[in-house]
Design a binder for this molecule. Structure first.
Ligand code: 5RP
Length: 230
């Protein structure tokens, strides 16, 4: 099932309306769904329904959008977010996630971990019985990436460095200047165990498995937005 922009927007609006209050510092996720949440916060600030909400962005793209819609920004040097609102690529029944297909997973994980609460916004196409329906992104240090790729392959996946337009001279670079390696596993039976194994590979900076971080998900279907709790 493909994501539906209308549903993504409904989920994002529902999460902002229910969970963002005046005076809050909010971690601002990255991707098309999170961008609806950023726009909604901007709308509510400009209408006066919200006051003094500040954001901590998870990417340069999100920072630009937040500035465009009038959300003042802070960094983690200045504050910690009380909540973070972010999208996901896959959501399992325990609210373990795969994130990072949009290329911002390291900063997203840093902000989510610094935040009291991670709220996921998505549509029902992102719900899976078990993670690993599609590839798992891993953010990788460019130095020695070839050996990092081998180490990832030894975990039983097919790793592929993400390229722009398939050009091996033009790798996709994250905001931090890192590569992203997309790892296709036959299945992911133990997300926390796999996350721990990937963390043991020196050049693998972070992976897109977010286990135990999300407390709540707002998931839109055709008829309604359901709130799921971990
Ligand atoms: C970016 C992400 C995104 O949140 C994830 O890819 C979902 O994106 P979208 O809302 O565009 O479907 O993890 O790194």
């Amino acid at each position: 099932m493909k994501s539906d922009p209308k549903k993504l927007r409904s989920a994002a609006n529902a999460a902002v309306d229910a969970r963002v209050q005046s005076g809050m510092i909010v971690g601002l996720g990255t991707g098309s769904t999170a961008s609806w949440a950023v726009r909604r916060i901007g709308e509510l600030l400009s209408s006066g329904a919200l006051e003094n909400v500040r954001g901590i962005p998870t990417s340069e793209t999100t920072a630009r959008l937040a500035q465009e819609v009038g959300i003042p920004l802070l960094s983690l040097a200045e504050a910690r977010p009380e909540i973070t609102i972010d999208g996901a690529d896959e959501i399992d029944p325990n609210l373990a996630l795969i994130k990072g297909r949009g290329g911002a997973l390291l900063r997203e994980k840093i902000v989510a971990a610094a935040s009291g609460t991670l709220i996921v916004v998505a549509d029902d196409s992102k719900l899976v019985d078990a993670l690993g329906r599609d590839f798992l992104p891993v953010e990788v240090e460019p130095f020695g990436w070839e050996s990092t790729l081998e180490a990832l392959a030894s975990l039983g996946c097919e790793p592929e460095r993400r390229l722009i337009d398939g050009d091996s001279k033009n790798p996709f670079l994250t905001d931090g200047g890192h590569y992203t390696v997309d790892c296709t596993f036959p299945s992911i039976a133990d997300p926390a165990g796999l996350e721990a194994e990937i963390r043991c590979i020196p050049g693998a900076l972070e992976c897109g498995l977010f286990v135990g971080l999300a407390q709540t998900a707002f998931v839109a279907s055709d008829d309604e937005t359901v709130v799921m709790q971990a």
